[in-house]
Design a protein around this ligand. Sequence first.
Ligand SMILES: C[S@@+](CC[C@H](N)C(=O)[O-])C[C@H]1O[C@@H](n2cnc3c(N)ncnc32)[C@H](O)[C@@H]1O
Length: 279
Amino acid sequence: MSMSTSAERDMAAYWDRAGQVWVEHQALLDRIMAPIGEAVVEAASLANGESVLDVGCGAGATTLAAAWRVGPTGRAVGVDISGALVELARRRAGEDGIEGAEFLLADAQTHAFAPSFDAIISRFGVMFFPDPVSAFANLRRALKPGGRLAFAAWRGPEENPLSQIPLRAAAPFLSEPPRFETEGPGRFAFADRDRVRGVLEASGWREIAVAPLDAASPLSFDELLTMSLRVGPLNPILKAADEDMRRKVGEAVATALAPHVREGVATMNSACWLVTAKV
Ligand SMILES: C[S@@+](CC[C@H](N)C(=O)[O-])C[C@H]1O[C@@H](n2cnc3c(N)ncnc32)[C@H](O)[C@@H]1O
């Protein structure tokens, strides 16, 4: 029988809901994050015939990219805790006819992986562990000797201003404005470079490198509003709010974002860390 803590159950429940939102906006999210996925796959130096594990694979874009790299003699396994996203990832792999891509519905912090992988990759899928040291120790055990790790995680909210502007604009209307955690599990859990390094050292990784990675994606104003109101932390709040509140927050967010749009186009700068390490 598997035992889970309340923090683990909270995260699973959170991603059950957030996973639905990601399914709905998968095409837009994949487009914005495409350069980051490419950088992660590149950093993992995947070779033909290798086995790769994609942690918190979501709708599977990076798993499928990795499956291309390792070819039909290789194996790419995406693991995710959200049933809705694993289902979508399986469907996409089938539609693309990609051989060698598999998806596993499991908690990567605790799942007993066979030590069968040459590399582990992740695009923004490793910041949500309630116990990151034990999670990264668990992931380390999934690698063969000489195995390597490459993942992307967000730098701080102050370096990702488009994530903050909507929250600040909405705050006056909300009784409990959402806060971004930079210590506990969550999007910005690895914002502090020293913390990332500390977690990896404590879980036994070597040759750790944490390098800045910046990517710029053009968005239409509508797409920026979708990201701000429907994808991020405002989504559950606005879903629960009444019509009047939704309208007020929508207007305030649009007004605050308008100066960041030129000729109908906003540039979303994603400020991240590209982290690599070896077993
Ligand atoms: C920000 S999304 C990134 C999804 C995907 N990597 C991408 O780039 O499109 C984070 C993902 O991590 C997954 N996740 C969170 N905690 C997890 C855990 N303990 N085990 C496996 N997946 C987890 C979520 O369900 C979600 O799909």
